[in-house]
Design a protein around this ligand. Structure first.
Ligand code: GLU
Length: 308
């Protein structure tokens, strides 16, 4: 028996509200990202949380109707989709499973690895996997992933044309260099379509409920291949999901977690449920300060670490 184990059902709305308030205060020390102009214009005080359990329990705080781009949180679901459609062998011919201590868009890391993308949770790895989505162009490829997720997670992701326009208005030299290096090393075939696909899937927008429902996809396997693929995704979220902070967060908190530069963060509590958070100000590594604070508080208070 696991002494001290307190499942999510003990969570109270009062705790949720208190941690949201504390998280909001801490987020004042963060910065909005400036390299995607529209992300620099959002309300930094926005703080939205949704917790969904496998038993149907739900807790929330903040504006549930608010839509935000999922950004890098999509990397988990791109990986899930590609594993299920192509199988592990083909996916891991294109991307590794090694953590990186370099920033999420590091060209230095990719170059020092000879053009081999380290893992699917950093930009190089996700760009390589975006190159494996089916379809003749980026629009079709993005739409394919979006429909697949909406169908299986019962959510309503949509491409946000304004944020996509904003991404395109300030071409990201780092991601362009990553895709060229990947192409030169033979890990990407159509660099332009691939980068456009990657940009589009990062601009899929969600409500906080959509994000939590996506999390449940990793907890409700309908068959054995799904179970194996979601286990792989959760493992890589734990080891690589928060970029160079992943190891520290695994020790301090201990649940698979993926962040996005919009301030969206998704954590999975194996066998129990999903925590979705959105709070835009980021720390130096590009992770949402408020969201990580909330998740840490909840996981530690309720003893939800995987390693308890
Ligand atoms: N589209 C963003 C980028 O490539 C995603 C990064 C992130 O969310 O961490 O810069």
């Amino acid at each position: 028996m696991n002494i001290g184990f307190q499942p999510i059902y003990q969570l109270t709305q009062e705790q949720v509200n208190t941690w949201v308030e504390e998280g909001q205060q801490r987020s004042q020390f963060g910065q909005l990202p400036s390299y995607i102009p529209q992300l620099a214009q959002v309300n930094p005080q926005e703080f939205v949380v949704k917790i969904l359990t496998l038993q149907g329990q739900s807790h929330q705080a903040g504006n549930e109707a608010l839509r935000f781009p999922v950004m890098s949180v999509i990397k988990c679901f791109l990986l899930l989709n590609r594993l299920l459609e192509l199988g592990e062998e083909r996916v891991f011919q294109r991307v590794g499973v090694q953590p990186s201590d370099q920033p999420f868009n590091s060209l230095k890391q990719l170059e020092s690895d000879g053009g081999w993308p380290r893992n699917p949770m950093i930009n190089s790895g996700a760009i390589a996997l975006a190159g494996l989505l089916p379809g003749k162009d980026a629009d079709t490829r993005c739409q394919y992933l979006c429909s697949w997720l909406n169908q299986f997670a019962n959510c309503q992701l949509v491409l946000d044309p304004d944020i996509l326009e904003s991404v395109r208005s300030a071409p990201n030299a780092k991601n362009q260099a990553l895709v060229s290096t990947l192409a030169a090393a033979g890990y990407v075939e159509h660099p332009e379509i691939t980068l456009d696909t990657y940009n589009q899937i990062c601009c899929l927008s969600a409500t906080i409920s959509d994000l939590a429902k996506l999390g449940l996809l990793l907890l409700q396997p309908t068959n054995l291949p799904w179970e194996i693929a979601s286990r792989t995704v959760k493992t890589l979220m734990l080891t690589c999901g928060l970029y160079e902070t992943s190891g520290q967060f695994a020790v301090q908190v201990g649940v698979p977690t993926k962040s996005g530069v919009s301030g969206a963060v998704l954590s999975i509590i194996p066998r129990q449920g999903a925590i979705a958070c959105y709070s835009p100000p980021l720390d130096q590594q590009g992770n949402s300060i408020g969201s990580l604070f909330f998740i840490e508080k909840m996981v530690r208070t309720l003893n939800l670490s995987l390693f308890n």
